[in-house]
Design a protein around this ligand. Structure first.
Ligand SMILES: O=C(CO)COP(=O)(O)O
Ligand SMILES: [Zn+2]
Length: 216
C-alpha cells in the first residue's frame, strides 16, 4: 500500500469514528491533510463522514491545484488560511460538535480564550482557542479572519457553527479536536456551579513542560 493510499484510509477511518460518536452529523464537517508530496487530501463537499469513499477524496498537487477526486469542501479558504499561516500544520479538522457550538453562543463567552481551564489536555494540545464571529458556511471571510491571527492560534471556534483545529498531522488534529469538544462539554456541565479549575501556576507549568504555543 502506498503512503497516499494509507492516508486516504486513515482520513476515512477517523471521519467515521468522529461521526459514530456524534461529534459531527449529516454532511457536516471537513478534513484536509498534507500528502507526502506537499499536496492536500480533502473531504469532498456535501459528503458524509459516515460514508466517505477513500478513492473519491479530493486530491490537490503541490501547487494546490485540484487534480483528482470529487470537488473539495466549500471551506477550502479556511483550510488554506491555516496552511498558509502555520507552516507546522499537517492536517485541519472542522466539525459541527454540539457542546462547542452551544458554548460559543453563551453571552459571556471569552472571545480571546474560549475554553475555561478545567483540565490539562486542552491547554497542552490547543493553547488558547480564539472565538471568531458567525460567518455563513463557505464564506471566504472565515479564511480572512484566520489569516488575521497570523498563525498564532492552533484552533479557532466559529460562533454558531463549529470548531476548527490544526495539527502537525491527522492524528494530532483529531485528538486536539476531541479535547476541544470534551472541554466545552465539561464547561457546560459545570456552568454556574463554581468549578475549581486549574490555577495560573498549573497552566504556566503545563505550557513550559509541554512546550505549548501560548499566545499571551
Ligand atoms: O461543515 C461544512 C460547512 O461548514 C460542510 O461543508 P462541506 O460539505 O462543503 O465540507
Ligand atoms: Zn461547518
Amino acid at each position: 500500500m502506498t503512503e497516499l493510499t494509507a492516508l486516504r484510509e486513515r482520513v476515512c477511518l477517523f471521519a467515521r469514528s468522529l461521526y459514530d460518536r456524534g461529534l459531527t452529523h449529516g454532511s457536516t464537517g471537513n478534513i484536509s491533510v498534507r500528502t507526502p508530496d506537499g499536496g492536500l487530501l480533502v473531504t469532498p463537499t456535501g459528503s458524509s463522514f459516515l460514508t466517505l469513499d477513500p478513492a473519491r477524496l479530493s486530491l490537490f498537487d503541490g501547487a494546490l491545484r485540484h487534480v483528482d477526486g470529487d470537488a473539495p469542501t466549500k471551506e477550502m479558504p479556511l483550510h488554506r488560511a491555516f496552511y498558509d499561516t502555520r507552516s507546522t500544520a499537517g492536517a485541519i479538522v472542522h466539525l459541527h460538535a454540539a457542546h462547542s457550538v452551544a458554548l460559543s453562543m453563551m453571552p459571556d463567552a471569552d472571545t480571546d480564550d474560549f475554553l475555561a481551564r478545567l483540565t490539562p489536555y486542552p491547554v497542552m494540545q490547543l493553547g488558547k482557542v480564539k472565538l471568531l464571529p458567525y460567518f455563513m458556511p463557505g464564506d471566504p471571510a472565515i479564511g480572512d479572519a484566520i489569516r488575521g491571527l497570523a498563525g498564532r492560534r492552533t484552533a479557532v471556534m466559529l460562533a454558531n457553527h463549529g470548531p476548527v483545529v490544526a495539527g502537525k498531522d491527522l492524528d494530532a488534529a483529531v485528538y486536539a479536536m476531541e479535547e476541544l469538544e470534551a472541554a466545552a462539554q465539561l464547561a457546560l456541565m459545570t456552568r454556574g456551579l463554581g468549578p475549581k479549575g486549574l490555577t495560573d501556576a498549573d497552566v504556566t507549568r503545563l505550557v513550559r513542560t509541554f512546550d505549548v504555543e501560548w499566545d499571551a
